[in-house]
Design a protein around this ligand. Structure first.
Ligand SMILES: [Zn+2]
Length: 266
């Protein structure tokens, strides 16, 4: 594996969130350099040092710190991609919520836990939990319970790294919301309990006090509820039929039934 060095930076200051990835080709890297007139910084919001970065040109261009402040990304350059990932979702998410008249607050710094993502609080409305890394089933349930104790409106949005967690929620609630970057914006998807996903621009969805209002979401949940009820009803009928059959002596005992005493004395 070729170690390319640091490839991530922000262009809007040490506390900025406008993340850019340096192209792998030097001519394209020069073009990006021309476009980013203000220069590049090592993003504090991604866990970096906030220092100035410059482009080290060559066949495999990379960013280089201009100072020698201690920085997590000097030794662990390969960690920058995952650390900058939440920033690339953050700007379009904040723009989407702001356009709805909300004032979102990003509460938890993404690099401080094992699950890179965003915890977005919209006062008076609810929270958005953006999950970008794999999350085991038990951890999903634990966090979901904890979040719901604090606010009734919790909306999970799952990035490409969190497909299994999306499947977990879809299995429990009939649908899950998935999120993908697309050009500079975001696409949202309603994934149903069968694994089918209906995609739309995030702008087609609204955050309400009841959670995200997305086309097709209520229908997917209703289908799940109806199918669950049908399955329960089918199981109930099968149980009744088995009991009737047993009384008539025509059906075998279902497993788990108490065995009859045998042989009968008489
Ligand atoms: Zn740095």
């Amino acid at each position: 594996m070729t170690v390319r060095g640091l490839r991530w930076a922000v262009t809007d200051g040490p506390d900025g969130t406008a993340a850019v990835e340096l192209p792998g080709d030097d001519a394209a890297a020069r073009l990006l350099e021309e476009q980013a007139r203000g220069g590049f910084w090592c993003a504090r919001e991604a866990g970096g040092c906030g220092g100035r970065l410059e482009v080290a040109h060559g066949p495999l261009p990379s960013f280089r710190h201009t100072g020698d402040a201690p920085c997590a990304f000097v030794r662990r350059q390969d960690a920058a991609g995952a650390a900058y990932d939440p920033l690339r979702y953050r700007r379009p998410l904040v723009a989407w919520l702001t356009a709805q008249g909300s004032a979102p607050r990003i509460e938890r710094a993404p690099w401080r836990d094992d699950h890179p993502g965003l915890h977005v609080v919209v006062a008076g409305v609810g929270v958005l939990e953006v999950q970008l890394a794999p999350l085991p089933d038990t951890a999903w349930r634990e966090r979901d319970d904890r979040l719901r104790r604090g606010t009734p409106s919790v909306t999970w949005l799952y990035g490409p790294g969190a497909d299994a967690a999306a499947a977990t929620e879809a299995g429990v609630r009939g649908a899950a919301l998935v999120l993908r970057r697309h050009d500079r914006g975001l696409l949202a998807g309603v994934r149903d309990d069968g694994g089918a996903t209906r995609w739309m621009r995030l702008g087609a969805c609204r955050l309400t006090v009841d959670g995200l209002d997305a086309p097709g979401l209520a229908e997917a949940r209703a289908r799940h509820t109806r199918r669950s009820a049908e399955r329960e009803e089918a199981a109930r009928r099968a149980g009744q039929a088995a009991r009737r059959g047993r009384r008539a002596g025509t059906a075998p005992r279902p497993p788990g039934d108490e065995p009859l005493p045998f042989p009968f004395a008489g």
